[in-house]
Design a protein. Structure first.
Length: 570
RNA sequence: CGGGGCGUGGCGCAGUUUGGUAGCGUGUCUGAAUGGGGUUCAGAAGGUCGCAGGUUCAAAUCCUGUCGCCCCGACCA
């Protein structure tokens, strides 16, 4: 491709509203252009990256028995009503009516459609298991898109769905998908962490996310360096430390104006961890007292999952009043009206400071099982850095991550609600057991850039680079132009695709654009080198260039490419 | 949806407080010189100042409304 003809231009400066490096560089180098909030076009260079990523994904999905299909973008609402998500999902599901007034949706994912396919096609255990996947555009009307390609509304996703006769078969297959995901990310040059994750709106029995660990990430991860434990904070477990509070009789003490944990603890000469923190949350419109040791925070996602509701929120002060509660002095001690749920951290404590359910007073010496109780003891604490790992006791760390892909054991959620059955070898009707597996391609591309750039531009790993070679002709002398054109032809004839900077521009402009666009190998043709019958070859990732004889050029490039590709081989 | 901010040639910005009919850098086009890290000189094109009302002799500037975009939060397969 001649750069003079390439449909894209580079920008010297990034638009002011692009914050992430990947966003800035992909805009500046002419890979993507924004059409609307969270909606992007891919220019030729960007699309070549996407096609490379697609091909890697296809190879890895095919390698684990995947069969590529393509499902519609537009779905009739009835399918989503059958699964229940028509009612469960809010405005991020784009809905519209067709010309005859029929409700339709834009597919944000394809469980319904693929389950519908499966129930029509599958009758017998002999057809199981199988996995189908597609690479296709999705639309989710996110409340807030951000970060360039990291969080968008319209996006290309690889979504795969596996169907199994039973849970054991899904459990057997699931690790091969995870391995394929590691392979995909490694071949794209992205180092990912597989973390246990929340099952979210998909429902199901287990899930993992594949995360690029980066400060630009939106999710909080809990990691143990010692044993490799890794989980999204929304499901992460941790040890809370031994109970310390001494046993004491329950006694009411005056704590005027002391409402929050820190104030109360200080007033009574105690530590925050000697206080029983009681949050009143609203779940399905009803109040629940969530009790946790004072030094810990509640993770609302974990709490909501334990309560079996979509989400919880803190109650407003007016709501508390309506329920006869006193803000700052709420407590499970001596009250019988409100559902109480307790974190594991409070069970062993012998004498905690707790609210007295009246203005200006707390109890000391409150003990679980004696002064208050609930059958609902759960893990709702947010893991903290430095907490002990539940697996090995090592010290946990917190990190941020970008979710590139996810894997879910869906189980029976859709086959039940949509009636997808098969007959087993005994002739008994059984529901299909499903897994589903997603990867965001644009997000993966952005993560490659986040992982591979310097202050001058992108540094593409060879397998995803739009072109392996960036050929630069310096000056407009006839000999240089002729030599460069010859090399261009030679590379093309050898199947090495190449971007050829044939513009009448100065060396600085060409080098800067080459660095910005980030092709792995740069070949420079100039009068200076031509005198030695040589060209200059420089890997984008290297500091300096090598002089290579003209007649050795092709072999050098081919060897370099082969050597690089070997690093990324599955 | 809550909080904050921004809309002025392709991109980055000034001008808005104190109304007087739009400017700088970069990019683009033409010509010339230059030719190893965004080179130089000369000339040129390109803007209903997001949109709609209103105030005024006069609005980028003041008022009202509206749309779009960004950041933080809520939300998120």
């Amino acid at each position: 491709m001649r750069l003079s003809q390439l449909f894209a231009r580079t920008w010297r400066e990034a638009p002011a509203d692009a914050e992430l490096v990947s966003h800035q560089l992909m805009l500046r180098a002419g890979y993507i252009r924004r059409l609307a909030a969270g909606i992007y076009s891919y220019l030729p260079l960007g699309w070549r990256v996407m096609r490379n990523i697609q091909e890697i994904i296809r190879q890895e999905m095919d390698a684990i028995g995947g069969q590529e299909i393509n499902m519609p973008v537009v779905h009739p609402a009835e399918l989503w009503q059958e699964s229940g998500r028509w009612y469960d999902i809010g405005p991020e599901l784009a809905r519209f009516k067709d010309r005859v007034g029929r409700d339709m949706v834009l597919g944000m994912t394809h469980e319904e459609v693929v389950t519908d396919l499966a129930r029509r096609e599958v009758d017998s255990y002999r057809q199981l298991p199988f996995m189908v996947y597609q690479i296709q555009t999705k639309f989710r009307d996110e409340p807030r898109s951000r970060g360039g390609l990291i969080r968008v509304r319209e996006f290309m996703m690889k979504d795969g769905y596996s169907f199994h006769p039973d849970q054991e078969d899904l459990d057997r297959y699931y690790p091969s998908v995870c391995q394929a995901y590691f392979n995909i990310c490694r071949r794209c040059g992205v180092d990912v962490a597989m973390v246990a994750s929340d099952v979210g709106m998909m429902g199901g029995t287990g899930a993992h996310e594949f995360m690029l660990v980066t400060a630009a990430g939106e999710d909080t991860l809990v990691l143990c360096r010692r044993c490799g434990y890794a989980a999204n904070q929304d499901v992460a477990q941790s040890q809370r430390g031994d109970a310390l509070s001494p046993s004491a009789p329950l006694r009411e003490v005056a704590t005027p104006e002391k409402k929050d944990v820190v104030e109360v603890a200080r007033f009574l000469a105690a530590e925050p961890r000697g206080v029983l923190k009681t949050l009143v949350v609203v779940a399905d419109g009803k109040p629940v007292m969530a009790c946790i040791r004072g030094d810990l925070e509640v993770n609302e996602r974990k709490l909501a999952n334990c309560l079996g509701v979509g989400d919880v929120r803190l109650a407003h002060d007016e709501e508390l009043v309506g329920w006869g509660m006193v803000a700052g002095y709420v407590s499970p001690v001596g009250q019988a009206h409100c559902r109480v749920i307790a974190d594991l951290s409070v069970v062993e404590e012998q004498g905690l400071i707790a609210g007295a359910n009246r203005e200006g007073y707390h109890y000391t010496g409150a003990r679980f099982g004696r002064d208050f109780s609930t059958p609902e003891v759960i893990d709702m604490a947010a893991a903290r850095p430095g907490d002990a790992c539940v697996e090995c006791g090592g010290s946990l760390e917190l990190a941020r991550g970008v979710e590139i892909g996810n894997t879910f054991k869906l189980g029976l959620k859709y086959s039940r609600s949509m009636g997808a059955h098969y007959l087993d070898s005994e002739g008994a009707e059984k529901p299909l057991v499903m897994g589903c597996y997603g990867i965001g391609l644009g997000r993966l591309a952005a993560c490659v850039v986040e992982s591979h750039h310097d202050d001058k531009g992108i540094i593409w790993p060879l397998p995803v680079a739009p072109y392996p070679v960036h050929l630069v002709a310096l000056g407009t002398g006839e000999d240089v132009v002729a030599a460069a054109a010859g090399i261009y032809e030679q590379l093309n004839a050898s199947g090495i695709s190449c971007i050829y900077d044939d513009r009448n521009a100065s060396a600085g402009v060409k080098f800067n654009d080459a660095d910005l666009m980030g092709m792995p190998l740069r070949i420079t043709v100039s009068k200076r080198n031509l005198k030695e019958s040589a060209v200059e070859i420089k890997p984008r990732s290297a500091e300096s260039a090598s002089s290579v004889a003209l007649d050795a050029m092709l072999g050098y490039v081919q060897d370099w490419i082969d050597h690089q590709m070997a690093r990324y081989k599955p």
